[in-house]
Ligand binder design. Structure first.
Ligand code: GLC
Length: 418
């Protein structure tokens, strides 16, 4: 059953504590560099897609550099696409030839990555695609690159989906037995219906049972099509802003929103809608204020590096988190009775008993907090621990902040609760 944030088992406590993780989408699609769904969008068949397999050679790949970048950005876990919908595997699976070891790069890319991130102290997460547009027994359906090709459709009669299901389970077994402790698993995704695939196709219940047996305490996402059965630990709202703490049947749940820097998950050379540092910090703050995690995505290039646009934003976020981590890690929504004034967000650190006012707009001299009077013992700016004066009038607590906005993208006032 989904995990209740008020009662998180010890094995899962790292997750709401972490609040900020790195998503990595890396595969052959880094070469066309125009979205990880390029095979689907452009209806490319296996033969035409082969040119990328034959040229995949990330010569600049340095997983220790990736892991360092993530840690310095303030991220506490990472999630890597072991296989995406295109079917290509970054790891040395014994069940397929369609893997990194057989490309010019000639090595298992996953193992050194897992080791490097672990060494930097990050938790290990795998994303594994349920969908597979390369496997010979994955039947052509509405999502498939060959969906409009009558011949490919007719050839479904010769495809035996049970063999794909076995392959899927076998690969998940490999991933969960050969890379040490795996903390998190993200299956992607189900689209049940006549021309789609869902829990019976994947064998979701059996798959989940095996996962829990192999890695007790692992956290599993919600895309196995076991929504109603409660066969998931946390929800994964994608690319939209959650506006209040999420619930399931009236109970609070753990959730994580995955987001891109720009519109694509895989490396996209010409995509230009990159979010600014301010927007990304708002996203993180808003997420934590509503009790969720932010999983922010980088699509490394086919040379094996992070795009400079991602690097500069990650560095700026890390710089902010260096001084404002107390207002993010282990934090959640404000307790009942505290309402954020306009232009502000509130996060609460229950372990410290402190409330954080994130000022998205900087006021002139004073910030009025209605209903806060008598509830706050001390106030300071978080980035430099400089005292913020307080006065009360009725129910209202007024903070006397400097006229000039502090030189940080989002200033935060730390309130010691009385
Ligand atoms: C989607 C897409 C995908 C991406 C994922 C991340 O479901 O299919 O390309 O990997 O979301 O959550």
């Amino acid at each position: 059953m989904p995990i209740d944030p008020r009662n998180v088992p010890a094995s899962a406590r790292w997750f709401p504590e972490a609040r900020f993780g790195l998503f990595l989408h890396w595969g052959l699609y880094a070469l066309p560099a125009r979205h990880e769904w390029v095979k689907h969008h452009e209806r490319i068949d296996n033969e035409a897609y082969r040119k990328y397999f034959e040229r995949f050679d990330p010569d600049l790949y340095d997983p220790r550099e990736w892991a360092r970048t993530a840690r310095q950005a303030g991220m506490r876990y990472f999630v890597i696409t072991t296989k995406h919908h295109e079917g290509f595997c970054l790891f040395d699976s014994r069940l397929t030839d369609y893997k990194a070891t057989n490309t010019p790069c000639g090595r298992d890319l996953l193992r050194p990555m897992v080791e490097a991130f672990r060494e930097e102290g990050l938790k290990v997460g795998f994303y594994h695609s349920l969908i597979d547009w390369h496997h010979p027994h994955y039947t052509v359906d509405c999502m498939h690159p060959q969906r409009d090709d009558p011949q490919a459709r007719a050839a479904n009669a010769q495809r035996d989906f049970a063999r794909y299901r076995e392959y899927l389970h076998g690969q998940v077994r490999e991933l969960l037995t050969q890379y040490g402790k795996v903390d998190y698993l993200f299956f992607d995704f189900s689209y049940p219906g006549e021309d789609g695939k869902g829990r019976d196709d994947w064998g979701s219940e059996e798959l989940l049972r095996m996962v829990r047996e192999l890695q007790p305490g692992i956290l599993v996402n919600d895309r196995l099509d076991l929504e109603e059965q409660g066969g998931w630990d946390f929800k994964t709202p994608e690319q939209f802003m959650v506006r209040e703490p999420m619930t399931f049947r009236g109970q609070p749940i753990l959730w994580e929103t995955c987001q891109t820097f720009s519109g694509s998950w895989g490396y996209h050379r010409d995509e230009a809608t990159w979010k600014s540092v301010d927007q990304l910090l708002y996203l993180l703050i808003d997420t934590v204020a509503n009790g969720g995690n932010l999983l922010l995505n980088v699509g490394p290039t086919a040379r094996g590096e992070f795009d400079h646009r991602a690097k500069s934003r990650l560095a700026a976020m890390g710089e902010w988190l260096h001084r404002h981590g107390r207002a993010i890690y282990g934090c959640g929504p404000a307790p009942a009775g505290f309402v954020a004034p306009s232009g502000c967000r509130l996060t609460h650190n229950p372990a410290l008993g402190r409330l954080y006012v994130h000022l998205l707009h900087w006021p002139i001299g004073e910030l009025h907090l209605d209903g806060f009077a008598g509830k706050v013992a001390y106030a300071q700016l978080l980035h430099d621990a400089s005292e913020v004066g307080m006065k009360t009038a009725g129910e209202t607590l007024t903070l006397r902040v400097p006229v000039v906005k502090p030189d940080v993208p989002v200033p935060v006032v730390e309130l010691y609760l009385a």
